[in-house]
Design a protein around this ligand. Structure first.
Ligand code: SF4
Length: 303
């Protein structure tokens, strides 16, 4: 079996920033330390932080202390939620990725200027909620999840602006822009896939074209991992499996052996620890050679 390891891989700058700030919080922040949602979409990382005493909550109602700290994750939060958090008296540790902050502030600016904003993203994703929660029922921020949603749009505002969630498929985003321009020729569009996501997608297309199978290592809740799967199947037109961790490897190997795949490209989402990718690569070559990953390895930043 020949492994084609796609580059770049590993944590993006936003994930590195979030992990470094959270690691520092473990040592220095006032306890209890709450985290609103998962710091990044990777269960191994989340579990490591839980084991280090961080309390992951999904709603602010779960805060039981008037003292302590709260971590805002890399996906950011709405202004509405930020104000609520500020009123709790907890110290705020904000790990929002700069790319997310830039899109948030651009959207807010466009809405102030009178635009309706069409946003390509996933309605229930934390990054999307970080904006939509501020504009509920106002009709100024409209989320489309795919081309079908564009057909249902009925926007009367002549000032229209488009942008997107940072981790969508670059190619799907271009299709959405095309379709929107057919329906609303005056729409101003700004494709805003973050560099880390776009580079990983373009690299996959370039480097995996000769593969028989593409393995994406990433969490099932990680949008940039799912975008890599989507691109593998639709743009590169190859079979693809998403492997979250070493437990999934047996199923994948069954399929690989059945189909006799020889050239296997391996890539990973921007929140997938490198140790997991290395482990899976080793397991693909030899099922019996699997490293025992120590939990702290998941949150170790190697420069
Ligand atoms: S994937 Fe992009 S937006 Fe998300 S944390 Fe990384 S750099 Fe930031």
């Amino acid at each position: 079996m020949n492994i084609i390891k796609v580059h770049p891989q590993g944590f993006c700058k936003g994930v590195i920033n979030a992990i470094l700030k959270t690691n520092e919080a473990i040592t220095n922040a006032k306890r209890p330390i709450y985290m609103l949602g998962d710091i990044v979409h990777n269960k191994n990382i989340a579990k490591t932080y839980i084991d280090n005493g961080i309390i992951i909550i999904n709603s602010l109602d779960e805060i039981k202390s008037k003292e302590g700290s709260i971590i805002i994750t890399a996906h950011g939060i709405s202004q509405y939620k930020y104000n609520l958090i500020s009123s709790t008296g907890l110290d705020i540790i904000d790990t929002t990725c700069e790319s997310v902050k830039q899109i948030q502030s651009l959207i807010r600016q466009k809405i102030i200027e009178g635009y309706s904003v069409v946003y390509y993203g996933k309605k229930n994703h934390a990054e999307c909620l970080g904006i939509s929660e501020d504009y509920q029922n106002e009709g100024k921020f409209i989320v489309v999840e795919g081309e079908d949603d564009i057909e249902k749009l009925n926007i009367s505002n002549p000032k229209l602006f488009f942008t997107n969630q940072t981790t969508m498929s670059y190619f799907e985003t271009l299709k959405i822009i095309d379709k929107l321009k057919q329906k609303y020729p005056n729409i101003i569009t700004k494709e805003d896939i973050c560099n880390a996501t776009k580079n990983r997608q373009l690299a996959l297309i370039e480097q995996a074209k000769d593969a028989d199978l593409i393995v994406v290592v990433g969490d099932k809740t990680s949008n940039n991992s799912l975008s890599l799967v989507d691109i593998s199947k639709t743009i590169i037109n190859k079979p693809c499996v998403l492997i979250e961790n070493i437990n999934d490897i047996k199923e994948a190997l069954k399929e690989i052996n059945k189909q006799r795949y020889e050239n296997i490209a391996i890539t990973s989402g921007a929140s997938t620890p490198r140790v997991i990718v290395n482990n899976i690569e080793k397991a693909l070559l030899d099922e019996n050679h699997i490293i025992d990953i120590k939990k702290d390895e998941y949150i170790k930043i190697k420069r």
